[in-house]
Design a protein around this ligand. Structure first.
Ligand code: B16
Ligand code: MG
Length: 211
């Protein structure tokens, strides 16, 4: 690998919380009488909380919501989502991911997180990686969501690295776009790899060791 650092997206790359996001959004959508299914949920991958709610509201037919009501709705969803996250434990971190991270680190590569989620610290703690990464850039330190490169540029800055020396690992197309916009190469996994939009399109996490 020519890069000196790797910036990992969290949800869909290191761990999988999409089922909880789905269940919590579904409960809110049901309450508001909005049609919501897994296909719509796929559009929320890597997208910030409020931007996700705006996508869900495309199907809303009731009285327009005020900004305060929208904030209250997203807070309600987040409370439910965090309740579900409490079920997560280090067992939710696969051996493949942990062993690959350890091997990359032993090769002298710096490791960071670049996630849209404001729940990143909580999730890292649940899966036993609270103090593992050299830097964490997340939804709490950005103002613009992916595909804007801000979250990855901040991660590079926190690492003290030039963006061109960082490789981004992402499962969302918006995340791959964000990496390119920040002048970084991107390794795609999951959905993003299926659409072959990365610089490298990987079948599995440990393929990172072959780049
Ligand atoms: P929160 P990532 C993203 O995480 C999720 O993929 C996306 O579904 C979610 O809406 C977003 O975080 C915000 O999450 O509500 O916890 O702040 O893929 O960027 O790690
Ligand atoms: Mg993701």
């Amino acid at each position: 690998m020519k890069q000196k650092a790797i910036i990992f997206d969290l949800d869909g790359v290191i761990c999988f919380t999409d089922k909880y996001h789905y269940l919590a959004w579904k409960a809110l959508a049901d309450e508001l009488g909005i049609y919501f299914d897994e296909t719509i949920n796929n559009r929320l991958r890597g997208v910030s909380r409020m931007a996700s709610f705006e996508i869900i509201l495309e199907r809303y037919e009731g009285k327009p919501l005020t900004e305060e009501e929208k904030v209250a709705c997203t807070e309600k969803k987040n409370t439910l989502y965090r309740e579900m996250l409490k079920d997560m434990s280090p067992a939710d971190l696969s051996d493949e991911v942990k062993n690959t991270l350890d091997e990359l680190r032993s090769r002298g590569i710096k490791l960071a997180i670049g996630s849209s989620s404001k729940n990143t610290p909580f999730i890292l703690e649940r899966i036993g990686l609270a103090d593992y990464f050299d830097a964490v850039s997340d939804g709490n330190n950005i103002t613009k969501s992916k595909p804007d490169p801000e979250v990855f540029l901040k991660a590079a800055e926190f690492l003290g690295m030039d963006p061109k020396d960082c490789l981004v690992v992402e499962d969302a197309e918006a995340g791959i776009e964000a990496a390119f916009a920040g002048g970084m190469e991107a390794a795609a996994l999951g959905d993003a790899a299926k659409s072959k939009c990365g610089t490298y399109n990987l079948s599995t996490f440990s393929d990172l060791l072959k780049i």
